[in-house]
Design a protein around this ligand. Structure first.
Ligand code: HDE
Length: 722
């Protein structure tokens, strides 16, 4: 019988697991199965009730002690169990992604709304109600794998559709444009945005000289930098942001007709963001904020949903815009070409193992299926090379398509063979084509309207081989100006503050000046002047580039102010409780919010239960310190004289409210809790609601929650020292 160092009995493999051990084990019987998650079943491993073994399947009797020459003697090289364990451990880490290293993912399903074969022969869009398994990875771009979620950055939004005609990867971002127009500039851009080479600072941020040096020298980045300085760069959660394929793609119908499309993901819960002070604080208090939100939403059955849409441009319309469809620094304004919804994606199942699924997943914009094709966007064309190339080094060879998460659900057969970590056992004698030995198998499939082999769109090209940027790519400011003009007043203020914050960290004055004079002054003079005065730069004299006429001057679809869902589903409300709180008000709020799909969390002075005014026990979900107001969408304080009295003398409770106020959140206080507002000298407003009972404040509180922030409070909130 083996004993560990304390002389305790180590459980043996033939001890049966207790019911509570079984209850605590992770599930292989999670719900929401689909063809892909079922295919992963073969690879899942559950150790419950199983013997501990070596990698060779030999049962291990002692996992506590190395084989030694006597209890105090040297360790023996022959200890194959210790060597195997340590060797494997030594190689546990793989290189992280060069960009988008920090991410998290979920399984789900895509359902087509209709038969869209008039648009594309892609089979996953061919029938109303057709279901296709998906795996989606969200990410930040700049920071390493362990960096914080809420940094100011672009978010990756990569979707793998496991269609019955092979994998289609839509590898997009949460912003519809990019920093550069040609892939050959990508390494330069990434070297500039990554932490500086001498001290590896900053992590997950862009407030440093090399980033602003590059973007101020590269005016094509102007539009994307505007997005990065806007609230879009600090989303409230992954389910509160849009996704974009960015590039113009082609779709091909069964007759071979091609159209241009831009892909969009529209979140069903609307688009809304953090505020900057909050985002920075969350990065310290909960670096996993977005990851946790996604995980918990799925575990709670509150599944994130997104609609897939396309903007469609007929071949004949390719040149009808005042920008080039192939230029990835341009959007097609939705007012010119509306987004047509094709289907809905629901994320309904968390991975079982982060490394095996999320980390080893590999996406590629070149993974397309019949019915979808590329455009000549030079950024897209370069991406088609980069992804497999980087994955070969990240995943240690060219067989990473065999990893369970990357395998298509469509059958796969070809004559590619061998290489590191080959898992498939190919039968047959002829790994070449044509062959007669295996009767010519596997064989080509001719293209067809349905079920055919892939054929590239036969675009006619007649050109000189040159290194040149098209003249139609030369307007770098019109759409940056369009974005600025489309923002609400609050959003404009945030953009000014973001530029000022970022550029204030730039040491070299000539870089600050170049950004203001050469870039911002060509976008908007108010923007440039306001930023200049906050960063110690003389105001600009005027634009250096003549503005170009634009098809539209405002696009309401760009402002988050117009993108809320109108409901409060999934919103989280903190309920502050202490001994003496009005327990009935807490219960009433909880059920009222639940009816609308929102949730509450009780926060107390500590994690210990409190006694309500009517003598019941309420257990906080977390102490206030563990779940500060920055982690919620709104705060509620029930009445109760003793509880309010205690909070008045508790700096943490007062800070809780002040911070929620400063971050423009809806706050409702009932009964005696009014004294907290008076004590803190806060002025009631459309979102700071005071009442004697829930009925009095409920409608306004829920309406404020649906609007997400009380923007009108912002000028007053600046005076709050939270
Ligand atoms: Fe990527 N990008 N990218 N990118 N990208 C990678 O591939 C690259 C670009 C995007 O969750 C890398 O497997 C080049 C645009 C996402 O695993 C790498 C260029 C867009 C992800 C790479 C771009 C993206 C990546 C790093 C310019 C939005 C994360 C690891 C030509 C449409 C996918 C990897 C995941 C990842 C190259 C520009 C989105 C190095 C060369 C534009 C969402 O291959």
């Amino acid at each position: 019988m083996p004993f560990d160092t304390d002389g305790e009995k180590t459980p043996m493999a033939d001890d049966k697991p207790t019911p509570s051990e079984l209850a605590g084990t992770d599930t292989t019987d999670r719900q929401n199965r689909n063809a892909k998650t079922d295919s992963l079943e073969t690879f899942r491993s559950d150790a419950t009730g199983q013997a501990l073994t070596s990698n060779q399947g030999v049962k291990i009797a002692d996992n506590q002690n190395t084989l030694k020459a006597g209890p105090r003697g040297p360790s023996l090289l022959e200890d194959f169990l210790m060597r195997e364990k340590i060797t494997h451990f030594d190689h546990e880490r793989i290189p992280e992604r060069i960009v988008h290293a920090r991410g998290t993912a979920a399984h789900g399903v895509f359902v087509s709304y209709a038969n869209h074969s008039w648009l594309t022969k892609a089979s996953f869009l061919a029938e109303a109600g057709k279901e296709t398994p998906v795996f989606v990875r969200f990410s930040t771009v700049q920071g390493p794998r362990g960096s914080a979620d809420t940094v100011r950055d672009v978010r990756g939004f990569a979707t793998k559709f496991y269609t019955d005609e092979g994998n289609f990867d839509l590898v997009g971002n949460n912003m519809p444009v990019f920093f550069i127009q040609d892939a050959i500039k990508f390494p330069d851009f990434v070297h500039a945005v990554k932490p500086e080479p001498h001290n590896e600072i900053p992590t997950g941020a862009t407030n440093h000289d090399t980033f602003w040096d590059f973007v101020s020298l590269v005016p094509e980045s102007a539009h994307m930098v505007m997005w990065a300085m806007s609230d879009r760069a600090i989303p409230r959660s992954y389910r509160a942001m849009e996704g974009f394929g960015i590039h113009t793609f082609r779709v091909i119908d069964g007759e071979g007709r091609s159209r241009f499309v831009k892909f969009h993901w529209k979140p069903v819960s609307g688009v809304y963001s953090l505020v900057w002070d909050e985002a920075q604080k969350i990065a310290g208090k909960d670096p996993d904020f977005h990851r946790r939100d996604l995980w918990e939403a799925i575990e709670n059955g509150d599944y994130p949903e997104y609609e897939l849409g396309v903007q469609i441009v007929e071949e004949e319309g390719e040149h009808k815009f005042d920008f080039d469809l192939l230029d990835p620094t341009k959007i097609i304004p939705e007012e010119l070409v509306p987004v047509q919804k094709l289907g809905r994606m629901t994320l309904n199942r968390n991975p079982d193992n982060f490394f095996s699924e999320t980390e080893q997943s590999s996406f590629h914009p070149g993974h397309i299926v019949p019915g979808i094709d590329f455009s000549n966007d030079p950024l897209l064309q370069g991406r088609l090379f980069s992804y497999t190339d980087t994955q070969i080094s990240r995943l240690g060879g060219p067989n990473f398509h065999e990893l369970p998460i990357n395998r298509p659900v469509a059958p796969l057969h070809n004559n590619q063979r061998d290489a590191m970590h080959r898992m498939t056992i190919d039968k047959g004698r002829a790994a070449y084509e044509p062959n007669s030995i295996d009767n010519g198998w596997p064989k080509e499939t001719p293209p067809a309207a349905q079920g055919g082999g892939f054929e590239s769109y036969p675009e006619r090209i007649e050109a000189h081989k040159i290194r040149q940027r098209s003249e139609s790519f030369s307007d770098h400011f019109s759409q940056a100006t369009l974005f600025w003009n489309s923002m609400s007043e609050a959003e404009k203020e945030h953009i000014i503050s973001a530029y000022a914050f970022e550029l204030s960290s730039v040491d070299r004055m000539h870089i600050r000046e170049r950004e203001v004079y050469q870039i911002l002054a060509n976008i908007d003079m108010t923007l440039a002047t306001r930023v200049a005065e906050k960063i110690g730069v003389a105001p600009p004299a005027g634009p250096t580039v003549a503005p170009r006429p634009s098809q539209i001057s405002i696009s309401p679809a760009l402002s988050e102010a117009n993108l809320l869902s109108g409901n409060i589903k999934s919103r989280k409300v903190a309920v502050m409780i202490a001994d003496g709180s009005d327990g009935q008000a807490v219960a009433a709020l909880k059920s009222a919010l639940m009816e609308e799909g929102a949730m509450t969390m009780l926060v107390g002075p500590s994690a210990a239960p409190v006694r309500t005014a009517d003598g019941n026990e309420l257990t906080p979900d977390a102490p206030m310190r563990g779940k500060p107001s920055i982690m919620f969408d709104a705060v509620f304080v029930p009445g109760g004289a003793d509880a309010v009295q205690a909070m008045m003398g508790d700096g943490e409770a007062l800070h809780y409210l002040l911070e929620a106020y400063k971050h423009l959140k809806p706050i409702a206080v009932l009964g005696e809790a009014k004294d907290l507002i008076i004590g803190l000298k806060l002025q009631p407003d459309e979102g700071l609601l005071v009442g004697s009972g829930l009925d009095q404040v409920k409608a306004d509180f829920f309406a404020a929650l649906a609007r997400h922030r009380i923007w009108a409070r912002e000028p007053r909130a600046k005076a709050i020292p939270a």
